[in-house]
Write a protein that binds this ligand. Sequence first.
Ligand code: C2G
Length: 132
Amino acid sequence: MKKVITYGTYDLLHVGHINLLRRARELGDYLIVVLSSDEFNTLKHKTAYHSYEDRKTILEALRFVDEVIPEYTWEQKIADVVDNQVDIFVMGDDWEGQFDFLKEYCEVVYLPRTEGISTTKIKNDLNLAGKK
Ligand code: C2G
């Protein structure tokens, strides 16, 4: 069984997230999403609208996603890959090159991001709509 892993906050789930998860899952047979905890989001200077538990429930409902585990630190990736016997690490190409240290442990794939959509854009657009 070829195991794939990817990381993220996955707040306000949108088509860019879905495109990433679908393509990641298609690279193997089993997809683990390591989901940023609320505390880790603070380290990433992000404030998610949905709590970790709700973002986890939403991701677990997707047919592309086989398992969701928490992301607490930047440093946990090697352990995650080794402990879960992961074959392929996948991220959107906004992270191109940032995780090449994992090539010692697994294949590293950066996939093109989906243009024109982001959680930040959704928040901004909704905020502007509220102002009209
Ligand atoms: N993504 C994408 N297209 C978009 C938006 C996001 O392909 N339009 C991808 C990102 O490249 C990432 C994934 O969707 O691979 C999740 O995006 P975020 O929730 O923003 O994740 P991020 O904050 O980048 O978390 O340790 C790594 C970090 O936790 C990555």
